[in-house]
Design a protein around this ligand. Structure first.
Ligand code: ADP
Ligand code: MG
Length: 302
């Protein structure tokens, strides 16, 4: 285990986001790499060290699945770590397994589009991850390519919890960026029109929608909801999500894939497939889906 943050040496920055900064770190004790996500709270008067981040830490502590990026330790400023206390900041840090390849966003930037036999393996893993989370009553709410990480075996895992709660807290400040709302379902974008307010089912359905958008994006090689020339601002996205025509897959996709995406992108969440249903869908149970190594073959041998 990792007992002290001072055992870790920062070697690179892996990403910046709403939440904070993610570093690649070397654990000097066992000479292996980890990812360290550091959330700071006392800057710019963003007093968000509340439910959202506590929740992110709490979720990370609880989840234990091969489909979710593992968190090895959580360090709260002052309590278990000296380094953070020294710099005067109010930090919360997560030590996570290092995902060598980076995010699906990086993979798509490099490969542009992925073949079906890779996407079905990816979809299956994301479904397994969501099934695990939903079973624990956790709604991810921020499924998108930059939150799906890939390791050196080509395995995809879900990362970045509770960020959507932080993001929501900032809606009032008009801090909406295309990246955060682009994958949102109609019932989250416009609850009055599309929402149900029934238990949490519509919340779980939101994750299914986002996953559908991601799988379509993998196939097309670009974000599917708006045209390449369109500005990805909030109004454009909202119109596309809530009022746009139902997305159809290109004909060249297999019937199974077309149906899979159609079932994810039902605007009415009551009609949308659940994660459990999708786990039985032919698209993720085809022979090639069981034999293909997914991104493993693709990213490293193409
Ligand atoms: P944010 O809340 O800022 O979006 P994320 O947890 O999504 O934070 O991390 C931001 C980015 O940092 C990711 O999109 C990915 O590129 C990189 N990253 C995060 N965690 C890891 C990890 N465990 N291994 C490798 N890269 C990571
Ligand atoms: Mg993220």
């Amino acid at each position: 285990g990792i007992r002290n943050l001072s055992d870790l040496k920062k070697v690179a920055v892996l990403g910046h986001g709403n939440g904070g900064t993610v570093y690649k770190v070397l654990n000097k004790k066992n000479n292996s790499f980890y990812a360290l996500k550091v959330l700071r709270f006392n800057q710019d008067g963003i007093g968000i060290r509340q439910s959202a981040t506590v929740l992110e830490a709490e979720i990370l502590r609880r989840v234990d699945s091969p489909y979710i990026v593992r968190c090895h330790a959580v360090f709260d400023n002052g309590s278990s770590c000296n380094e953070a206390a020294d710099n005067g900041g109010d930090d919360l840090s997560f030590v996570m397994e290092y995902m060598e390849v980076g995010s699906l966003h990086d993979v798509l930037r490099e490969h542009h589009r992925l073949p079906e036999e890779v996407i079905c393996v990816l979809a299956k893993r994301v479904l397994e991850g969501l099934n695990y989370l939903h079973g624990m009553h956790i709604v991810h709410r921020d499924i998108k390519p930059s939150n799906l990480l890939v390791n050196d075996k080509g395995e995809v895992k879900i990362a970045d919890f509770g960020v959507s709660h932080v993001v929501e807290g900032r809606f009032d400040g008009c801090e909406l960026s295309a990246g955060t709302c682009a994958y949102m379902s109609p019932e989250r974008v416009d609850p009055e029109r599309w929402g149900g307010g029934e238990e949490d089912r519509d919340e779980f359905a939101g994750d299914v929608w986002s996953m559908g958008v991601v799988m379509l994006e993998c196939f097309l090689g670009h974000f599917p909801l708006i045209g390449p020339g369109q500005r990805p601002d909030w109004a454009t996205l909202m119109c596309a999500i809530c009022f746009g025509e139902k997305l159809e897959m290109p004909e060249k996709a297999s019937p199974e894939f077309q149906n899979f995406v159609r079932r994810c992108l039902e605007k009415d969440w009551r009609k949308r497939a659940t994660v459990k249903e999708l786990l039985h869908h032919p698209f993720v149970n085809r022979k090639c889906c069981c034999t293909s190594k997914g991104l493993g073959d693709y990213v490293f041998h193409e």
